[in-house]
Design a protein around this ligand. Structure first.
Ligand SMILES: [Zn+2]
Ligand SMILES: [Zn+2]
Length: 294
């Protein structure tokens, strides 16, 4: 069933809608609970989650297998990705791989051809008609399902996030009182998570609608320079759809990709290896299981 038709006939998940509204409320309330330490922790953790959890972890490593690393580094990256409160690592990678294989067709989970707000946020309130089927996520992310720690994060995605929230806010309250606890809740969880949602979701909305194209791929993916800055390199999205496995997303001299620089530095220290060069067009991840558009 086409995604648009499915969404028309279904109601959005009320728990998810309430969660998203609550987090936005906490983000809006944050300036009223200003504390310099909360703001510093918010900035540091937002950058760390975006860089190591999402751009390198969930996206280039888990979804596309763009480089090799140890189980420890993969575990750290997957943990940070989990704390972005989007989905567990298997669900995220499966949805993203499916997006690459069906980009901007009627089966794409989040194409702006349905609507800009749909591609940006509304799609997250609905189950995808194909991805929600029993065993589909496990099949699309079968390589990741072999890692017991990734499976743990996938199955305990909600409790890990709630547990970290309660422990952090509890510790902040015990240390400097309830007002600091609320400040940490609003900045470190409200502002950080909401910012990460909108940053990452702009890949689906903005980078499939605005910007320029280097490659005539059969979808609407675009390169957006300001999004590449905000997303630490992941805004070169047309390049990425042309060569999904490549570790480096900037392909022209002015297309700067900070995540690739970070990967090269990590490689110097022996933390990552086997960075995939731009040569694997057509396969969105290591195992080539997805047929269709690259
Ligand atoms: Zn895309
Ligand atoms: Zn991708």
């Amino acid at each position: 069933m086409a995604v648009a038709e499915f969404a028309r006939n279904k109601k959005p998940n009320p728990t998810l809608v309430a969660f998203v509204v609550l987090l936005h409320g906490m983000a809006v309330a944050a300036p009223f609970f200003y504390d310099p330490l909360s703001v510093i922790l918010c900035v540091v953790m937002t950058l760390a989650t975006l860089q190591f959890g999402l751009a390198l972890g969930y996206h280039r490593l888990l979804s596309h297998n763009s480089f090799g690393t140890s189980r420890f580094v993969r575990g750290v990256m997957a943990t940070l990705g989990t704390l972005a409160a989007q989905t567990g690592p298997l669900s995220w990678a499966a949805t993203h791989r499916y997006h690459h294989s069906k980009a901007d067709t009627e089966h794409d989970p989040h194409s702006p051809t349905i609507g800009f707000s749909w591609a940006h946020l509304v799609w997250t309130f609905f189950d995808h008609p194909h991805l929600k089927k029993e065993g589909v996520v496990e099949r699309l992310a079968s390589d990741l399902a072999k890692d017991r720690y990734l499976l743990f994060l996938e199955r305990n995605f909600r409790s890990v996030n709630v547990g970290v929230f309660l422990i952090t806010v509890g510790a902040a309250t015990a240390w400097r009182g309830p007002e600091f606890g609320v400040s940490i809740a609003c900045w470190l969880f409200g502002v950080r998570i909401v910012a990460l949602w909108h940053l990452v979701f702009m890949t689906n909305s903005v980078a499939h609608k605005f910007g320029y194209r280097n490659y005539d791929v059969p979808d609407d993916s675009r390169n957006v320079w300001w999004l590449a800055i905000l997303l630490l390199g992941d805004g070169w999205h047309n390049n990425h759809h042309a060569y999904p496995r490549a570790a480096k997303l900037g392909h022209r001299w002015f297309e700067f990709d900070i995540s690739y620089v970070v990967l090269r530095v990590m490689k110097l220290f022996g933390l990552v290896w086997d960075l995939v060069e731009r040569k694997s067009r057509g396969s969105s991840h290591a195992y080539g299981a997805i047929k269709g558009r690259g």
